[in-house]
Design a protein around this ligand. Structure first.
Ligand code: FE2
Length: 383
């Protein structure tokens, strides 16, 4: 069966990418809505984008109201500003939240609908031009046809998808990740790691997504600890920015699986940051997935040097998991019980979380049969 492979219209990546992207950025329209968060404004990162637009006579308005995981309310507020300011294109500067918010604002920009109406459908509409400037090495949203927005009425993370959500321009400039504190570097880096591992071990994998996934897994294993321990290590940060982009391209053209499927409900109900909830779920989920895809996990184990050619696929797969456990330990990833979450409250939500996970469709891409009952057991195992 033939497969489609999609990437952003234009990618400019590497040191000084933002300045080198000025022509491409200013070509997108006459007035931009810059979607970001207050931290980016305070750090002076937003003013770097503003400076470029100003120097070319392109108008803009800054919406810095995205804080934490994006919600339908944040999107609504940004949309009102986009319309009131008569903007005609969008720029997102930040982690996954501003980029995901940008896509949702684009969806609603000239139509009176609720985002929830698009859940489960393939979105195929005309969108304003969008530029994504990620400031973390993790989400990969700059390269994907997905956006995740919390429906605050129903406490559900809505997964919305369609090729029209892939940004027209992705600017990957590692200067921005230098401002991320170590725990953010760890969580976002492991989010990218999950994207690559899930893409490679998904039923939806294809040869082109494998290429990007393998490359990302190797880079993250090698450079995430260095970027975590020393944020002044520009070389490691540059490699991590590239890896996050590769991992985004990989899962955009394959899929995520069990980890992301189970992670979204935890984020929606207990407001655990996305990368962190993935990292917490990773070991339990991959141990479950392993028997369905020993040879795929073995490839990864050998690629990162955790296993050798002398190991059987089963041995190599388990060695990969051991290496992941060591990596999460080195990065200081907490357990669920270390977070400020009530055990009783968590347990009372397990049924809803398992249902929401299954409804997202992601767990079913795992190369081992997954049922709602199995997912409930995995949630219980976290405590
Ligand atoms: Fe993710």
């Amino acid at each position: 069966m033939a497969r489609e492979f999609t990437i952003p219209g234009q990618i400019i990546s590497g040191p000084d990418a933002l300045n080198q992207a000025s022509d491409a950025l200013c070509r997108l329209g006459e007035k931009a809505l810059i979607i970001t968060d207050q931290v980016m404004v305070d750090l002076g990162n937003c003013s770097k984008v503003e400076k470029i637009l100003k120097s070319r006579g392109v108008g803009y308005s800054v919406y810095a109201g995205v804080s934490g995981e994006p919600t339908d309310q944040m999107v609504r507020t940004g949309l009102m500003q986009y319309q009131a300011e008569s903007c005609d294109f969008l720029i997102a500067l930040g982690g996954g939240s501003p980029i995901d918010s940008m896509k949702a604002i684009g969806i609603l920009s000239d139509r009176e609908v609720k985002l929830s109406e698009y859940m489960g459908k393939n979105i195929d509409i005309r969108m304003p031009p969008m530029a994504a400037v990620p400031t973390t090495a993790g989400t990969g949203s700059e390269a994907t046809r997905f956006t995740i927005i919390t429906d605050t009425e129903n406490d559900v993370k809505m997964l919305l998808k369609g090729n029209c959500l892939i940004p027209s321009l992705a600017i990957i400039d590692p200067q921005f990740t230098a401002t991320a504190p170590p725990h953010v570097t760890a969580a976002t880096g492991l989010d990218a790691f999950c994207h690559a591992v899930e893409a490679y071990t998904s039923r939806m994998a294809q040869p082109m997504s494998d290429t990007f996934a393998l490359s990302a897994v190797k880079k993250i294993f090698r450079y995430l600890p260095a970027a975590f321990h020393d944020r002044s290590n520009a070389g490691a940060r540059e490699q991590m920015s590239t890896a996050a982009l590769e991992a985004g391209i990989a899962f955009n053209n394959s899929s995520v699986t069990l980890i992301h499927g189970m992670s979204r409900p935890v984020g929606a109900l207990f407001h655990v940051a996305h990368g962190l909830s993935n990292a917490i779920l990773m070991t339990v989920c991959l141990e479950y997935a392993l028997p369905g895809a020993y040879e795929r996990f073995a490839d990864l184990g050998r690629a990162v040097g955790a296993a050798g050619e002398g190991d059987s696929d089963k041995e190599a797969a388990w060695k990969f998991l051991d290496a992941i456990a060591a990596l999460t330990k080195e990065l200081g990833i907490p357990r669920l019980e270390d977070l400020d979450i009530s055990r009783n409250e968590f347990m009372s939500c397990v049924d809803k979380m398992a249902r929401d996970a299954m409804e997202s469709g992601s767990p079913q891409n795992t190369r081992r049969e997954v049922s709602k009952e199995e997912i409930k057991k995995l949630y219980y195992m976290l405590w």
